[in-house]
Ligand binder design. Structure first.
Ligand SMILES: [Zn+2]
Length: 171
């Protein structure tokens, strides 16, 4: 190994970061914000992820894709762990991820901001109800269905360009 070669754990992290999200395959797990840590323990790669929507059956697929990707990159032993706290929110989707969603005609989730824990839910700065059309940018859009091809997306329609589009719902 030369001095320029990435360390084993850096390489494992690069591989894990490029695995695509099963629900939103235009995004990598890194862009989605679910990848918490990639570590090496002996010859085992330990990947820690935080699951996204509890209603989405993507977690098992995500685990399998991580194992497969890392095995193909030469890591024989892979362990994927999940941590539930702090809970993932759509605010964890990176700016690059939001841009890629828009480029693929999917409206990204609006930013919600930090949530207040406690018995009284209080929103000081509620997100705007407006979801701009990812194609033409018009703010004149309506929700057609709360659920689209997957539970995490809603189906909306744009009045300006008359096209339906999917919207990643905020959680
Ligand atoms: Zn439009």
């Amino acid at each position: 190994m030369t001095a320029m070669a990435p360390s084993t754990v850096d390489y494992a992290r690069q591989v894990a970061e490029q695995v695509l999200d099963p629900e939103l395959p235009v995004l990598t797990l890194a862009e989605l914000g679910v990848l918490r840590a990639v570590e090496l323990a002996g010859d085992t790669v330990l990947v820690t992820i935080t699951p996204t929507y509890s209603g989405c059956p993507a977690l098992d697929e995500m685990r399998a894709d991580l194992r497969k990707g890392l095995r193909e990159a030469g890591f024989a032993h892979v362990e994927v762990r999940t941590v539930l706290s702090p809970a993932w929110t759509t605010d964890w989707i990176s700016e690059d991820g939001r841009r890629k969603l828009t480029e693929h005609g999917i409206a990204p989730p609006r930013r919600i901001g930090p949530r207040l824990a406690g018995p009284v839910p209080l929103r000081l700065d509620p997100p705007s109800a407006v979801v701009p059309c990812p194609r033409c940018g018009s703010r004149d859009t309506v929700e057609l269905s709360r659920f689209s091809s997957t539970a995490c997306k809603a189906l909306r329609s744009c009045s300006a360009c008359a096209e339906p589009f999917e919207h990643v719902k905020e959680i």
